[in-house]
Design a protein. Sequence first.
Length: 392
Amino acid sequence: MSTTTKHDILIVGGGPVGTTLALALQHKGISATLLEAREQGASHHDQRALALSYGSILILERLGLWRELEPKATAIKTIHVSQRGSLGRSLLKAEEHGQPALGYVLSYGDLSAALDGAIQQFPGIQVSYGSEALSIRPSNEIAQVEYQYQAHTYSGQSCMVVLADGGRSLADIPGLQRETKHYGHDALVSKVECELPHDNIAYERFTPAGPVALLPNGARDFSLVWTGKAEDVQALLALDDAAFLAALHTHFGDRLGRFLKVGKRLSFPLKLSYLKPVTAPHLAVIGNAAQTMHPVAGQGFNVGMRDAWELAQLLASTPSEAWGDDKMLKAYQASRKADTRGGLLFTDFLVNVFSNDIVGLRKIRALGLGLLDIAPFAKQHLVGKMSFGPKG
């Protein structure tokens, strides 16, 4: 038999998006309970790179965290966009858009540690580490989360449950349907050192096999995201370091000189995935649990951060007796539709248009990149959308 617990707001998932929501609520005087499957501190040494948009930095500033995190982050001052095999390219520069940076690269572990440290300062945020959600059942009165903690089963009840765990299966939640498009490509991620300094420039290079991105990360290093057919990526993983660095130089070009070192290499399959809808009675789904995007242009995580921030503002402006009701959830869906849909369409468009070698399309793409470079209004629009979503 399970033990029943009641909560004002119950958040499933204590990663960066879930903890951002809890902190944003606490800054509005609203208490929340977090259920996190991992043990406390388990993610603090995770060196995966996150590309934070300038809008996400502003969220962290409002939560009082950016001063602590900024020394650990690497600024992206310029984004260099190019196509292999053509002269067309475009440069996006922070100074031209009134921003100190277009974004920052920060490790997942550093962000998690700062967020986890912050929630410990607020008694209104209760965190249950090592609590694995087993099922989520929305209903017209409350939503219920069955979870296991130290071999005992609990039933958490709340008028507002938020699912922020991107690894959580949704097949068993009534009323939610997932649409998924598999690209048949994988992303290889690692960290590389180059012969030339990065000068705070991020590179997005499109090739027929898929985009490759190099994001400045540290004094001289880059975080690498190399996408391609699944079988090609697996072959790259099997190469020794010297052969891999040579292959990367051939693929990317000579712009940064030789590639000198490579760290641990990992890969994951690429897909576009989203829920229809992202709410059920007394339940909202945010972050990667709601939508997963291709990593091109670095939109996915930042859309999730905006999910958390916007939901917190809506809950703060809604009477507690109306939390999770149909009117509130429709308002949340409406507030996030343009941002989510825009991110999904933008990343899918880039993959479809640039990751092929269709006859005649290469010249059109090169022309497009060249025109973008001399069109200030178009640049301003693009940077605004990448930094702030539809409010940019």
